[in-house]
Structures are given as structure tokens and as C-alpha cells.
Design a protein around this ligand. Structure first.
Ligand code: NDP
Ligand code: GDR
Length: 349
């Protein structure tokens, strides 16, 4: 039985990856952080009491901030595969906590790599690299050879993590890969990322629990895929003859505005826009009510305007391709959040 270790198992991707690996018969170990509130909601459906027979999911307290905890987990688990998904993953927040973001996203990665080297583990390593590395547009679509131009403390930290992963591969012959993943979303996406923020608010507006949604830059464009598809690419990267780096994307790009339009249309509230720049408003054409307004607090000191990935190498070498398209993703997230809002409303009495 293969054994995998996932940092960030309690996050969106960690939960889908854990499901995938358990389904493939792996023993799965995850690093979680102690928190005063529940932070394992996304994996509770996978967790069994460790006293039951045939348990294959195990959780360990640790932190990417804390090398001794990482080394202990590595020594205890001795994984065949490590997926480093743990991160302060919010780009806007990284401008508020730049040093902490570097501590976890950059130095956390070298802590893991050094831990592997020092313990002499023969393990395969996946690093959650990001399309944010491309930042300011140099070339579209963006592929493995496109130069990086990070535009946030998050992206700068991820650039360090990308290069240190390549460096450990080249210096020590480690099987270490970077997946340069473009945005991927799901009903499990954190509620402050723009897609989920929109579907969550739209469901609540539809059910009368909320009046309005406040957004930042409506014209940013992203290559949005489904997280469930993207974790398959992570796994495939660790099953190859040789370690390599891959872009994972859909090859399509859509604006935040277009995402919002499709979500509200699905809920029977087609939008029309009034005003310009920072004063735009989204009106529900059926009710005539303002449902979207701009709040400048959601603008970023430096923005990434356009991301569009070229997944040709992943398709060619990994045989990977996404199953869920843009409208499929919109529908899946919108329907899940409408159902959630309806449950909330019933609970409200
Ligand atoms: P989430 O924000 O949903 O999950 C992040 C995970 O990291 C959580 O489990 C979180 O734990 C954990 N974590 C945060 N800080 C630490 C720490 N100090 N030590 C250990 N674990 C920590 O992110 P996603 O699942 O969306 O993304 C997974 C990875 O992929 C991240 O590295 C992200 O930067 C990267 N990425 C994501 C993309 C996307 O579109 N989703 C695209 C490209 C890259 P807790 O639950 O306790 O907060
Ligand atoms: P991103 O995702 O920064 O691409 O990082 P996010 O959903 O936060 O932003 C996407 C775009 O939407 C614009 N935007 C808003 N964003 C948020 N969060 N809230 C708003 O109200 C809002 N209004 C407009 C943003 O300006 C931006 O242009 C995600 C994370 O998962 C990273 O960890 C990952 O590396 C990258 O995707 C690829």
C-alpha cells in the first residue's frame, strides 16, 4: 500500500486529493493545525475513528512554520509521496501579512525539502505552484517556458518555493515537481475567493438572506477550472518516469464580471450594469434592485489582469484533461450555494 503525506489537507485541494488517494487504495496522512474552531470540515466525511479496523486516513498536528513538527511527521510517516499544499493562499491577504506569507509559502517549502533530505527519505515531492507566478502579462497563453513576473507577496513567496523545488531536484536528484496550477474552484472553495464569494452571496440574495454583494475589480480575467479535476494532475505528476514541471489549466479565460453574470442568470436574476469604473452597479433586471456594488477595499495594490494557461504539456505527457467546463463549474457552485442558503433560511425559522 502506498503512503502519501498531504500538507494543507484541510483546504479545498487537500480534501479532493485525500478523496482521490483513498479511492486509489493509499494510506493518507495529513498535517493539520491546532485551531480554536473546527478546521477539518472539508475532510470530516473521510475521517474514521482510529480505533476502527482498516482506517487509512491519519491526521497529525504540525505547522509549516515549525521544522521540528515537520521532521517528526516525516520520520513517523515515511511517505512514498508528499503533496505540499499547505499555504497562506490568499493573494489579497498576502499584502497585509507579507512576512508570514513568505514564512509559510516560501520557507515552509524548504523546511519540507530539507526534512526529506536530512531523513534520507526516498519520496516523491509535489509543490503547489501557482499561475500567480506569471503575474503581469508577458506572454499569453502562459506555459512552462513563460517568464515569471510575480505581483504580490504571495506570488513572490511561491516563486521562491518553485525555484527551491527545482533546485533540490537538480542538486540532490530528488523526484520533485512543480504543478503550476491556474485557478481552480469548487463548492469547497474558501468563501473569500471571488468565485465562491459570488455564488455564496447570490444564493443568499436569491433566498432573501442578504441584499447586496460587494466586489473589487470586475475586469480581472482568470482561467478557472474545477479542483476535483486538478488534483488528478497532481497525482499524475508523481507517477512519471522523471520529475518535471507542468502547467495545469483549461485554456479558457473569463472575467469576474462574466462569472457573476452567469451565476445570477442561473438563479433567474439576469444582470445589467450601470455606471463606470469604481462606481459600477449590477442590477437584477427582474426586480430592478441593485445586487452588486464595488467596494475599493477589494482592489489590490498590484493586480494580475489576465491569466490564461496552455495545458498542452500536461495533456501530452500526463494524458490529463479537465472534465468540467466553465458553465459546468458555475452551475455546480451556484446550485450548491443555493441549497446551502435554503438550509440556512430553514434553520433561521
Ligand atoms: P486553501 O486556502 O483552501 O488551503 C490551504 C491549506 O493550507 C489549509 O489546509 C490550511 O490549513 C493550510 N495551512 C495554512 N497555513 C499553514 C501552516 N502554517 N502550516 C500548515 N498548513 C497550513 O488552499 P487551496 O486548497 O485552494 O490551495 C492549495 C495549495 O495550492 C495552496 O498552496 C495554494 O497556494 C496553491 N494553489 C491554489 C490554487 C487554487 O486556485 N486553489 C491555484 C494554484 C496554487 P487551515 O485549514 O488550518 O487554514
Ligand atoms: P486569485 O483568486 O487572487 O486569482 O488567487 P481570487 O478569487 O481571490 O481573485 C481573483 C480575481 O478576482 C478579483 N476580485 C476579487 N477577489 C476577491 N477575493 N474578492 C473580491 O471581492 C474580488 N473582486 C474582484 C481579484 O482582484 C482577482 O483579480 C487564487 C488563490 O487560490 C491562489 O492561492 C492561487 O495561487 C491563484 O488563485 C491561482
Amino acid at each position: 500500500m502506498k503512503r502519501a503525506l498531504i500538507t494543507g489537507i484541510s483546504g479545498q485541494d487537500g480534501s479532493y486529493l485525500a478523496e482521490l488517494l483513498l479511492g486509489k487504495g493509499y494510506e493518507v496522512h495529513g498535517v493539520i493545525r491546532r485551531s480554536s474552531s473546527f478546521n477539518t470540515g472539508r475532510i470530516d466525511h473521510l475521517y474514521r475513528d482510529p480505533h476502527e479496523p482498516d482506517v487509512r486516513l491519519f491526521l497529525h498536528y504540525g505547522d509549516l512554520n515549525d521544522a521540528s513538527s515537520i521532521n517528526r511527521v516525516l520520520r513517523e510517516v515515511r511517505p512514498d509521496e508528499i503533496y505540499n499544499l499547505g499555504a497562506q493562499s490568499h493573494v489579497r491577504v498576502s499584502f497585509d501579512v507579507p512576512e508570514y506569507t513568505g514564512e509559510i509559502d516560501a520557507l515552509g517549502t524548504v523546511r519540507l525539502l530539507e526534512g526529506i533530505r536530512e531523513t534520507g527519505l526516498n519520496t516523491r515531492f509535489y509543490q503547489a505552484s501557482s499561475s500567480e507566478l506569471y503575474g503581469k502579462v508577458v506572454e499569453t497563453p502562459q506555459k512552462e517556458t513563460t517568464p515569471f513576473y510575480p505581483r504580490s507577496p504571495y506570488a513572490c513567496a511561491k516563486a521562491y518555493a518553485y525555484y527551491i523545488t527545482v533546485n533540490y531536484r537538480e542538486s540532490y536528484g530528488m523526484y520533485a515537481c512543480n504543478g503550476i496550477l491556474f485557478n481552480h474552484e469548487s463548492p469547497r472553495r474558501g468563501e473569500t475567493f471571488v468565485t465562491r464569494k459570488i455564488t455564496r452571496a447570490a444564493g443568499r440574495i436569491k433566498t432573501g438572506l442578504q441584499d447586496r454583494l460587494y466586489l473589487g475589480n470586475l475586469d480581472a480575467k482568470r482561467d478557472w477550472g474545477f479542483a476535483g479535476d486538478y488534483v488528478e494532475a497532481m497525482w499524475l505528476m508523481l507517477q512519471q518516469q522523471e520529475a518535471d514541471d507542468f502547467v495545469v489549466a483549461t485554456g479558457e479565460t473569463w472575467s469576474v464580471r462574466e462569472f457573476a453574470e452567469r451565476v445570477f442568470a442561473r438563479l433567474g436574476m439576469p444582470l445589467e450594469w450601470q455606471g463606470k469604473g469604481g462606481h459600477e452597479k449590477g442590477i437584477d433586471t427582474n426586480s430592478g434592485k441593485i445586487v452588486i456594488e464595488i467596494d475599493p477595499r477589494y482592489f489590490r495594490p498590484a493586480e494580475v489582469d489576465l491569466l490564461l494557461g496552455d495545458p498542452a504539456k500536461a495533456r501530452r505527457q500526463l494524458g490529463w484533461q479537465p472534465r468540467v467546463d466553465f458553465q459546468g463549474l458555475v452551475d455546480m457552485m451556484t446550485d450548491a450555494d443555493l441549497a446551502l442558503a435554503e438550509r440556512e433560511k430553514r434553520a433561521d425559522g
